[in-house]
Write a new protein. Sequence first.
Lengths: 281, 430
Amino acid sequence: MAAPALIVFGIFAIVPLFGVAALSLVHWDGLGAITWAGFDNWTAAAEDPVSRNALWLTVKLTVLCVLFQAPISLLLGVFLAGRQRYRALLATLFFLPLLFSSAAVAITFTALLDPNFGAGSALDIPLLTQNWLGDPDLALYVVVFVIGWCFIPFHTLIYQAGTRQIPRELYEASRMDGASPVQQFFNITLPMLKYTIVTSTTLMTVGSLTYFDLIFVLTGGGPGNATRVLPLDMYLTGFRSYDMGRASVLALVLVAVGLAVSLGLNRITGANRMDSQSEGS
Amino acid sequence: MKLGTRRRSVLALGAAAPVIATLGACGNQPGAGDGATAWGLTGGAEEAMRASFEAWNEANPDDQITAEYFANDAYKEKIRTAIGSGNAPTLVFGWAGATLADYVANDQVVDITESTSALTERLLPSVAQVGEVDGKVFAVPNNQSQPVVFYFNNEVLQAAGTSVPETWTELLAAVEALKAADVVPIALAGQSVWPELMWISYLADRVGGEDAFQRVLDGEAGAWSHPDMIRAAEMITELVDAGAFGNGFASVVADAGADHALVSTGKAGMILQGSWIYPEFLTNAPDLVANGDLLFSTFPVVEDGKGDPSNIVGNPANYWSVSANASEDAQASATAYLSEAVYDDEHIDSLLAIGAVPPVAGLEDRIAEEDDPAFLDFTYAMVRDAAHFELSWDQAIPSDQAQELLNNLSRLFLGELSAEEFAAAMDATL
């Protein structure tokens, strides 16, 4: 039964992975002859301040993204799990960003954040008229915000579904014991959402690690190197500098970090035991 | 359950796979078929190029050329893998410079010195030369010359009590005057970075002459820390410190035209940009142009500088090369097209009609017949009379160095690097 999936996975993931591993050991500019490099690309990447900065930025971006997205999605998801009609209406609005392509979102935000012609100067609000994407100290946070704007709806959806799975009996019983809504949230909702939190956080983490298109269109890695995260660094090294060997090293680092983080998250949270949460099983 | 862990690791691998797959995904476009093929760019002079191919195909049914058009960035990525894997189109669109030298070194393009001599002898020499490698022609121009021009909004300059600067000192004075009038003195699309190249290229040329950058091209050790180059970098820091580009320049994007929009809306006084933005002024600020308040000029002279004031930077043109992987028939069709149809009367007319000046000698009279000859005349004279036409630096040097240059230059403009640090970082790439 798993054979077709394994074949597709083998062709599109495993084979390219070995290809990239082989490329990381050669010098190749995409045009000329391929020459053996040994571990030159690895040492060069390890010593390159731009790539090291990119790795650090990726970690920072990931942590910031999770810290920003997780609480908001959780609260929104729990809120939208209610069956009231106004919540359904709000839900439709909140989920709108899910429908937009990231390139379109990035272009729109670039226009909105433009210090000369953007929302700030159009509405004449000096607070909004900042050098948002041009200030090296601000740009990364703006990127985190825009990524959040795009992806919070998705994670909200996961939390909404997760919350609706929680048996109502638990709430009814706790209400009879006199629990307040806040107590219910911390003692029932949160523990019961444990695996939803793990799933959502894993997706957020791995997603932020490989995040590319939005940042590419929004800042192109700038100003300076302020938002040049690892996937972007890999792309620019491979397809702008045409240094395929170095780019492959960065790709493998990304795979390793992504794998380690996702396995680590599973191990720490105990989700690998996958025991059922439903009553009676 | 152990299985869960394994499935998850496989899932994580899958999540990372698309990123890696992009690295391995090379185009498999069949380029070397029976007839000749060509890949061009969308936008710009695309219409003129389309019309030229259509006219050629109609007149030469035996030498048909099938053309496809791509967006700029997509094309740049596609063409390299296509050429590297032997799937290049017969006619390869390019910017000459280091990429052309790369193609030549790898025998990917053919010598067309003789087969295109009928075309090359009609061209302006400064533009034709760029298509040569070691004295042989490997590329011929196919559209307009694109020099970098200094544009001014005269309404803004006059309101600030200043005028078009002709020297570096006057430029600094104009910056002060415009700042006092509460406008951005010079619009600059810093987020796109490449407009910043225009500044360092012109300044290096005016200070040190064409030798300043020639040393970099020759790979001379310490070429970037030559006093002339350091002086040019210092002048950039001086401009930034003087607030010449305003506070928000690093947020301004050139692709959307947010830089020249500042000038056409009167929020900025000047802009240094390619000749290709002129049509945008016609569209966005017709009144400004009609009133004669959009002025254009060459880059100011730097006092005591070694550069010839007629020197210009920019893109001499875009170029056609002929792929060595194409069949001989296809190559013959392609060179026949190049020598007979490129810059024929119809092609020149269709270029002039969109405000583009082809780099062909003796066009003065034809330009005078156009509706709005002032700008065409200005750019044509600029290219014709230039002692030296310097190819945009990011095209002239190998792509890995060009990336370092863009990166370090943006940090110089942001004030993260001093002129000396910039020079040292760039010397390391030689």
